[in-house]
Ligand binder design. Structure first.
Ligand SMILES: Cc1ncc(COP(=O)(O)O)c(C=O)c1O
Length: 388
C-alpha cells in the first residue's frame, strides 16, 4: 500500500508497545505496576470536576469558540505566567491548544519547513521527534550525559547550530524522560545562541508546576521585553490540573509568530476544547494551594523512590525529578529494550526503555513514578531486584 513516506518513517507509539509486553505477565510477582505514562496518580479536585460537568452540559460550550482560545482562560494564564516568571505577559501573547503535543506540532509548522533542521537534546521526548519526522523536519540529536545530570552543554549546541543552521532548538525542562531541571544559566545561554543565530528556542515547561519551588523563576527569559523574537514557550494543563483527557495546553509567543500560528490553530484545531477552558479559567487562580500540595507530594514520591532504589545492588539512579526516574540497568543485565520487556513480562513492572527516547539510550529505562503512590512504589525495588 502506498502511504506517506513521512508517516512510514515515524516511530510506532511507544507506550502501547511497552504495555503489550505485560500481556504475557502471569501475576507471579504480585499485581502489575504500570509506570509507563506520565499521568498524575490522583484525581482532579471535585470542584474542578463539577465545573467540567456543568460546562460540558451547556449549549454555549457545544459550539465553536475563538481560534486561539477563550479570552477568560488566556487572561487567567497570562496572569499566572506573569506571576510565575516575574514578567508582564499580555493575554494576546498566549494561546490555548488542544494539548501541549499539538502546541509543539503547530509551533513547528510555523518555525520549520521540510528538510530544515531542529536541535533536540537526547534522550528526547519521543512525540517531539515523531512530530518533526511527520513534518519532514530533521531532528538533530544533541547528546546529554549522565555525568552532566543530562543537562545539555551550550558549547556543544553552539557547534551544532554552526554546523546545521537549525530553525529551532528545543529544550524540555523539567525534562521528560530524565526529570533533569536545567539551570537558568544554561537556558539563558541557549536563548542567547538562538538569538545570535536567528533561530528560535522552543521551551517546553509542561512540568513547571512540579519544580521544587515556585518562588524562584526557573529562568528570566519572559522578563525580557524582546522575548518574543527568540522564544516560543509551551505549557500543558494535563499534569498540573489532572485533565490529560480533556486536551488543554498553551503556547506563548511574540506577535509575529502568533499571527502565523493562528493559521495552524485554525487548520489543526479550529478551536481548543471548550468545556475544559471554562473550568481552567476558574481553576488557575482558585487551585493554587492544591497545586502547591501536589508539588510537595511529588517531591515526597521522588524522595521515597530515591531511597528505595538506593538500596538496590547493580541499578544506578542516574537522574530523578518532578515526574520521572531515569535508571541505568545493571552491567550484567541485557540491553534496555530486553530488560524492559523482561520486567514487564516476568515481573509485571511496566517501564519505558531508553531507546524509545532516542539514540545512545541502550542502558537506561524510564519510570514515571508520579503515577503511583508509595504503596506501589514500595514494590518497585523488589521487581527490579530480579536483575540485581
Ligand atoms: C515534555 C512533554 N510535553 C508535552 C506533553 C504532552 O502534553 P499534553 O497532554 O498537554 O499534550 C508531555 C506529556 O507527557 C510531555 O512530557
Amino acid at each position: 500500500m502506498i502511504l506517506s513516506r513521512r508517516i512510514r518513517a515515524t516511530e510506532t507509539p511507544p507506550i502501547p508497545a511497552a504495555r503489550a509486553w505485560a500481556a504475557r505477565y502471569d501475576g507471579r510477582a504480585g499485581p502489575a505496576l504500570d509506570l509507563t505514562q506520565a499521568v498524575p496518580g490522583y484525581p482532579p479536585p471535585p470542584e474542578l470536576l463539577a465545573r467540567l460537568a456543568e460546562a460540558s452540559g451547556s449549549a454555549d460550550s457545544a459550539g465553536y469558540g475563538p481560534i486561539a482560545g477563550d479570552m477568560a482562560l488566556r487572561e487567567a494564564l497570562a496572569t499566572d505566567v506573569s506571576a510565575f516568571y516575574g514578567a508582564a505577559i499580555p493575554p494576546a501573547a498566549v494561546a490555548i491548544s488542544a494539548g501541549c503535543n499539538l502546541a509543539f506540532a503547530m509551533a513547528m509548522q510555523v518555525l520549520a519547513a521540510e528538510d530544515d533542521a531542529v536541535l533536540l537534546p537526547t534522550p528526547w521526548y519521543f512525540n517531539h521527534r515523531m512530530a518533526l519526522t511527520m513534518q519532514g523536519v530533521r531532528a538533530i540529536p544533541v547528546p546529554t550525559r549522565p555525568e552532566d545530570g543530562f543537562v545539555p552543554d551550550p558549547e556543544q549546541i553552539a557547534a551544532l547550530i554552526a554546523e546545521h543552521r537549525p530553525r529551532a532548538v528545543v529544550l524540555v525542562t523539567p525534562n521528560n524522560p530524565t526529570g533533569a531541571i536545567y539551570p537558568a544559566e544554561v537556558i539563558h545561554a541557549v536563548a542567547d545562541l538562538c538569538r545570535k543565530a536567528g533561530c528560535f528556542l522552543v521551551l517546553d515547561e509542561t512540568y513547571r508546576d512540579f519544580l521544587p519551588t515556585d518562588r524562584v523563576p526557573p529562568h528570566n527569559l519572559l522578563a525580557d521585553p524582546d522575548w518574543g523574537d527568540v522564544l516560543v514557550h509551551l505549557y500543558s494543563f494535563s499534569k498540573a490540573y489532572c485533565v490529560p483527557g480533556h486536551r488543554a495546553g498553551a503556547i506563548a509567543a511574540g506577535p509575529e509568530v502568533m499571527a502565523e500560528l493562528e493559521k495552524a490553530f485554525d487548520t489543526f484545531q479550529i478551536c481548543p476544547p471548550r468545556p475544559v477552558q471554562v473550568a481552567l479559567a476558574w481553576a488557575i487562580p482558585a487551585l493554587g494551594a492544591w497545586r502547591d500540595g501536589n508539588r510537595a507530594m511529588m517531591a515526597g514520591r521522588a524522595a521515597f523512590f530515591r531511597d528505595a532504589v538506593a538500596q538496590l545492588p547493580g541499578w544506578r539512579l542516574d537522574a530523578i525529578g518532578t515526574y520521572f526516574a531515569y535508571l541505568r540497568v545493571p552491567e550484567a543485565a541485557p540491553d534496555a529494550m530486553r530488560t524492559a520487556e523482561i520486567l514487564a513480562a516476568e515481573q509485571g513492572l511496566m517501564t519505558l526503555p531508553g531507546p524509545f527516547f532516542g539514540p545512545g539510550q541502550d542502558r537506561h529505562i524510564r519510570l514515571a513514578f508520579a503515577n503511583a503512590g508509595e504503596a506501589v512504589l514500595g514494590q518497585v525495588p523488589g521487581r527490579l531486584a530480579a536483575f540485581s
